[in-house]
Design a protein around this ligand. Structure first.
Ligand code: PGA
Length: 251
């Protein structure tokens, strides 16, 4: 299976000139590696920049997504973004349940589940982050509860379209990563929950990524076998040259 490499640009590139510079540099750098690239590359910029990214960087064989969406399609929900808007701007993916949304926007499992449902019904592919724990919480227990709540509300066919991203909260932006063995344990744990809830086929169909301090130095080790089928990248995607180097490491 090819790898899915997702750049989460978070709340960066905050001015039009920063956005323009990033898009032009990215276009130039990624154009050079387009021919040899065999993996899927996804950029998730701030939603206000999505249109521009699609027009400039979208000339290359890459895809786009958003960093959140709302659980309704339209109406009086000030400040929220419809999954339909994302898809009509050219987005194909949406990151949901990121630990920073949980920490700063009071995101919870119930909200994430509702957003996953609406994203799927709008033909967006949800990238659901798991691994958030508050102080003293049990990571595995949280992951299980989160997956079960989503599974309770979806058919096997719908569920199999979800991409999960294991993101231990302490690894995000810290420069620290779990051992490869620890990552594999969680990936297997997720597959077992899905196999029990649905069946082996759905369990092997879902794609599982790892996220948290991924860099060109550790990405080959993290992705070296089929356990981890891609990466969710924050900091390292902010520099187009570093991001491209990371992509190259997986070719
Ligand atoms: P990081 O962020 O790569 O900067 O650790 C990952 C993420 O938040 O998805």
């Amino acid at each position: 299976m090819n790898k899915l490499i997702v750049g989460n640009l978070k709340m960066n590139l905050e001015t039009v000139s920063q956005r323009d510079e990033y898009c032009l540099r990215t276009y130039e750098v990624f154009k050079k590696l387009s021919k040899e690239n065999k993996n899927k590359i996804v950029f998730c910029p701030p939603i206000a920049h999505l249109d521009h990214f699609v027009h400039v960087v979208g000339k290359l064989p890459v895809e786009f997504g958003a960093q959140d969406c709302f659980w309704e399609l339209h109406g009086s929900y000030t400040g929220n973004n419809s999954p339909k808007t994302i898809s009509s701007l050219g987005g194909k993916y949406v990151i949901l349940g990121h630990s920073e949304k949980r920490e700063y926007n009071l995101e919870n499992d119930e909200n994430v589940m509702r957003k996953v449902l609406m994203a799927l019904r709008t033909d967006l592919i949800p990238i659901v982050c798991v691994g958030y724990v508050e102080n003293g919480g049990d990571e595995m227990e949280n992951i299980k509860n989160q997956i079960n709540l989503i599974a309770d509300n979806l058919t096997a066919e719908e569920f199999s379209k979800i991409v999960f991203a294991y993101e231990p909260v302490w690894a995000i932006g810290s420069g620290k990563t779990p051992t490869i063995g620890e990552i594999h344990t969680v990936v297997l744990f997720i597959r077992n929950i899905v196999a029990k809830t649905y069946n082996q086929e759905v369990s092997s169909q879902i794609r599982i990524l790892y996220g948290g301090s991924v860099s060109p130095d550790n990405v080959s080790d993290i992705c070296h076998n089929t356990y981890v089928q891609g990466v969710l990248i924050g900091g390292a995607s902010l520099n187009p040259e570093v991001f491209a180097r990371l992509v190259q490491m997986l070719n």
